[in-house]
Write a protein that binds this ligand. Structure first.
Ligand code: NAD
Length: 347
């Protein structure tokens, strides 16, 4: 684990917006391993996150504040702010697109006001800023192909707007920023009703035993296991020695077909079988990060966990969570199910 750089004087106060979510709860655990940390405030409205994701942590530096990122206020400002507040799953963000825009954009604007002068603002952007990409793999300089009026635009354009806000703030005011573009991430602490391929398959494997593959399943994805992704974020977000504002792709560049993952799960969960369903409209055929920049900006970092190991670890965690109540976000907005499919795009 890299040692943190600190902000120069004193022990930093850190704010994580979205810290009760899947990736946030992993990052919070990593942050609390830092001995230089004075205070860690998690701001989360529990839309897709759960307080229970952090309930096993006993650390007096941790404060959980149930609040929207866009209205949160505090008597003091923060040395480091990590803005993760946004659902990542298409099923969830498409069910409430205006709330998704508010979380990203208004959340980002409000949080920026809470940054101390000289502090660092870190943002988890997404591969969705590349839209339906015309080049593969996608390097950071690729400007993308986003439909700004399409059903995914709340998320894609919300992220693009926050990137713009941060880079303009850096240009105009010299704000210290770090913008990571995450590709698809999976692992323990994903909601069972997250709605993307791996969680769907695992959920189906543990309930009906029938895994639904949309289309022929030959569409590929690159799945990053959460420990590898958080290793990268830990380096990128807290090492002072890194002098790169972003954007920085973070993910796993091994492309695997959806069918291969389903078959793997069938091979480790006895009695499962695959059922094919109609393809999802506009389901991209591939999504893969160009990680050349990440390899040079984050020396020593590599996504080491193959999907087989990651899926097995995630399955073990899902088994401990059985009985968790499932909400179907799409029930709130009928008609979106056909657009989402099993994982839709890598996020
Ligand atoms: N998981 C992925 O594959 C992936 C890929 C690319 C980018 N990202 C980004 O990483 C971040 C975390 O993703 P995740 O997978 O952990 O998602 P998640 O849905 O598990 O976590 C998001 C957290 O933000 C909280 N939240 C949402 N709106 C909020 C608001 N207005 N105010 C306060 N809290 C709010 C939710 O309750 C949840 O705890 C997101 O910004 C997401 O866009 C994730």
């Amino acid at each position: 684990m890299p040692s943190p750089g600190g902000r120069g004087s004193g022990m930093p106060d850190v704010l994580v917006a979205g810290g009760c979510g899947f990736i946030g709860s992993h990052l919070v655990r990593r942050l609390l391993q830092r001995s230089d940390l004075a205070r860690l405030v998690v701001v989360d409205n529990l839309w897709t996150g759960r307080e229970g994701n952090l309930s096993d942590i006993a650390d007096e530096r941790l404060e959980i504040r149930v609040s929207d990122a866009e209205t949160f206020s505090d008597s003091s400002k923060f040395d480091e702010i990590l803005h993760l507040a946004s659902p990542a799953s298409p099923a969830w963000y498409m069910a409430d697109p205006i709330r998704t825009i508010r979380a990203n954009v208004l959340g980002g604007l409000n949080l920026l006001q809470l940054l101390k002068p000289g502090g660092r603002f870190c943002f988890t952007s997404t591969s969705e800023v590349y839209g339906d990409p015309l080049v593969s793999p996608q390097p950071e300089h690729y400007r993308g192909s986003v439909d700004c009026t399409g059903p995914r635009s709340s998320y894609d354009e919300g992220k693009r707007c926050v990137e713009s806000m941060l880079f303009e703030s850096r240009r105009v005011s010299g704000t210290n920023i770090r913008v990571a573009r995450l590709f698809n991430v999976f692992g323990p602490y994903t909601r069972a009703d997250d709605g993307r391929a791996i969680s769907n398959f695992l959920n189906q494997a543990l309930t009906t035993g029938v895994l639904t593959v949309y289309g022929d399943g030959l569409q590929t994805r690159s799945w990053g296991y959460v420990d590898d992704i958080v290793d990268a974020l830990e380096r990128y977000f807290w090492l002072d020695a890194i002098d790169y504002p972003g954007p920085l792709n973070i993910g796993n560049d091994r492309e695997v077909s959806v069918l291969e993952v389903a078959e793997y799960i069938c091979s480790i969960v006895p009695g499962c079988r695959i059922e094919f369903a109609a393809p999802v409209p506009q389901d991209p055929t591939n999504r893969r990060p160009d990680l050349s920049l990440a390899r040079s900006v984050l020396p020593g970092w590599i996504a080491r966990t193959g999907y087989e190991e990651g899926v097995t670890l995630t399955l073990e965690w899902f088994q401990t969570q059985r009985g968790q109540s499932l909400q179907d976000p799409l029930l709130k907005r009928p008609g979106t199910a056909a657009l989402v499919g099993q994982d839709a795009r890598a996020t």
